[in-house]
Structures are given as structure tokens and as C-alpha cells.
Design a protein around this ligand. Structure first.
Ligand SMILES: [Zn+2]
Length: 346
């Protein structure tokens, strides 16, 4: 909460009402005073009109009962935070049939009930915060002089109304991790505009099938190779065509190639070693021809390279055991030697 009384008074100034309306103008709101200091613009405002509609019966009343003030955060200007002190009037309802005796005038389109933000600040924050985490949102909103706590940032994002989707015809289904390796849900995406339309809490066949039954306009479903999703689509959208999506086709292809390479590893390795040896030999032959040296040293060059690799591995091995003997953990050794933890073997 800003302590308004602590603002330095010597440098304070104000601007006239006409300029206030031009800069901050909101329909139905009158800005009638301002105090501008180095880091804060304080605006006094009230709502236009001498009457207000009863929030219960809708009948207009001009009988003012009392008033109170609300402090609202508005969008910042030239790096200064902007606070609006809004004077809100309470009216008496003169409708004898109405159960409401006193009501407060409504502030639309300035702000919502109980909100501490103006509507335009809320809309601005919604667009900003949807792109970042709540903690980052707290930091960024502070940079824009409209600081909100991380929990408020989260609440603002949750208040965003979900867009209405047209009839779904083509969707993609895949799993996603609440916590990788632990728990998974199902994400459903509109494949035509690539926007997510649903997050299901599990990837169970029954839950996916139930969702599909509620959306009987679906004609095409792209999916991975999971038999669970295959059965769910068969059950929930039997008329829909199932399509193996490109990502999983490429991934499967990659997996099979890797598998084949592993199976033929010995053959490939011996071929590669023979090829590399011949490269060294060819290089050495050229070198001998140009220098006139007839001594064939390709074997020694190749062995020198191989020995160098072995030497490095041996050094790494020795270093790992040295650290282990000094009671280093596997994780600490990996960190100290800047290698993967799985590389550390005793
Ligand atoms: Zn009323």
C-alpha cells in the first residue's frame, strides 16, 4: 500500500481538468483533481450524473445517502504509478416494494465490484500475464509500476474467459505430463488452428471416449501409436478417421533406425575403424610422396590417435576414482568434472 502522505510536496504539481479528461478519460467518469509527484500520479474522480440505478429493482434514485472512497490502480504514465481515488455515492432506494434500502452506484466501465484495478489495467495485465509465470508476472508488473503479487497474477489469469470454439471437426490427441514420469493427462488440440481445447485429467480410455462422445462433429483425429487412444477413439468417435501424426511417425522411424544401428553395432564399428585406418594410410602416403620419405607410418599415426583417446579415458577414470576416495558423491563428481552423471561409474 502506498503511503500517499509521504510523497514529497515541494515537487508536486497538478494538471487542469481538461487535460486530465484528455489523458485519462473514461466514459462516465469525471476526473476533478490530481497530484503529480516523482513516482506517483494521484487522481481524484467521481461518476457522472445525479442519479443512479438501484442494483436490486433497477429504479433510479437521486436521494444521496452517503459516500465513501475506493483506491484503484490504473495504467502507469511516464513510469509513474497511477492511483485513482474514486468517490462512490450511496443512494436510498425509494421503491417501497424493493428490499434494498441503500445501494452503491455502479462503476462500469471504470472497474468491477471489489476490484482494486481499473478495467483497462485488468485487461492489460491479462494479456501480459498469460505469457509468463506468476512469479515472473510479479516482477514484470512491478517494472510497469502496476505491481501485483504472484497469487494475484494467477487469479487475474484464471479470470480470463475461455474463448468459444466453433464446431470441432479435426483434432489432435496426445498425453502431457503433470509431473514427468509420474502422472499424465490428455491434451486435445484443434488441429485446424493449433489451439488447445481441453485438458483431461488422465489418459484413460474411458475418460477420452466420454469426451469424444460429447463432440460428435469430429471427423479426423490425429494421435500417437498408443493403443489406449486407438481404443478410446474407436469407442467414442467410431466414425472418425484415425491418423498417425507426423511427429510420432518421424519419432518411430528414428527409434527403429537407432535400434537397427545398435543391433549391427559391431559390424558398423569394424567397418568404420577400417575406413578410418585407410584414411590415415592415404594421408600418410600423400605426405610421403611429397616429402620423398618412403617409410610407411600410417599404422603408427592411427595407433597414436587411438592411444590418445584411451589415455584421456584412463585419466578421466583415475580422476573419478580419486574423487570417490575423497568421499565425493556421484552427483558431486559429475559436477566437478563437468560430465553427465550417468558417465560416472565406479
Ligand atoms: Zn430498489
Amino acid at each position: 500500500m502506498i503511503d500517499y502522505t509521504s510523497q514529497p510536496k515541494d515537487n508536486n504539481f497538478s494538471i487542469n481538468k481538461h487535460s486530465l479528461q484528455a489523458v485519462f478519460g473514461i466514459p462516465g467518469v469525471v476526473f476533478y483533481d490530481s497530484v503529480i509527484s516523482d513516482n506517483l500520479i494521484l487522481l481524484s474522480a467521481r461518476l457522472k450524473g445525479k442519479t443512479a440505478k438501484c442494483t436490486c429493482c433497477g429504479k433510479r434514485s437521486k436521494s444521496v445517502h452517503s459516500s465513501y472512497t475506493r483506491k484503484l490502480t490504473d495504467l502507469s504514465v511516464t513510469g509513474r504509478a497511477v492511483k485513482i481515488i474514486l468517490k462512490v455515492r450511496k443512494f436510498r432506494c425509494r421503491n417501497s416494494r424493493c428490499s434494498q434500502t441503500v445501494f452503491s452506484e455502479q462503476h462500469l466501465p471504470l472497474t468491477q465490484k471489489y476490484s482494486r484495478l481499473t478495467d483497462r489495467t485488468n485487461r492489460y495485465l491479462q494479456k501480459l500475464l498469460i505469457e509468463v509465470s506468476s512469479r515472473k508476472g510479479e516482477y514484470i508488473s512491478d517494472l510497469f509500476s502496476i505491481k501485483q503479487s504472484s497469487s494475484t497474477c494467477l487469479r487475474i489469469v484464471k479470470s480470463i474467459e475461455m474463448p468459444e470454439y466453433q464446431e470441432l471437426t479435426t483434432i489432435g490427441i496426445d498425453d502431457w505430463a503433470y509431473r514427468k514420469g509420474k502422472s499424465y493427462g490428455t491434451i486435445i488440440v484443434n488441429a485446424l488452428n493449433h489451439r488447445p481445447v481441453e485438458l483431461l485429467k488422465s489418459r484413460d480410455k474411458e475418460e477420452v471416449a466420454d469426451w469424444l462422445k460429447e463432440h460428435n462433429s469430429i471427423l479426423y483425429v490425429t494421435r500417437d501409436r498408443s493403443s489406449s487412444y486407438y481404443n478410446a477413439i474407436k469407442s467414442g468417435a467410431s466414425k472418425a478417421s484415425q491418423i498417425a501424426d507426423r511427429f510420432h511417425l518421424v519419432k518411430n522411424l528414428g527409434d527403429y533406425i537407432a535400434h537397427e544401428i545398435r543391433m549391427e553395432y559391431k559390424t558398423i564399428k569394424s567397418s568404420w575403424l577400417a575406413h578410418r585406418k585407410s584414411l590415415y594410410k592415404s594421408k600418410e602416403d600423400n605426405s610421403s610422396l611429397s616429402s620423398g620419405d618412403s617409410e610407411n607410418t600410417s599404422d603408427s599415426q592411427y595407433n597414436k590417435h587411438t592411444n590418445s583417446v584411451s589415455h584421456r579415458k584412463q585419466e578421466l577414470f583415475n580422476r573419478i576414482h580419486e574423487l570417490k576416495n575423497n568421499n565425493y558423491s556421484q552427483r558431486a563428481i559429475a559436477k566437478a568434472l563437468n560430465i553427465n552423471r550417468n558417465t560416472v561409474r565406479y
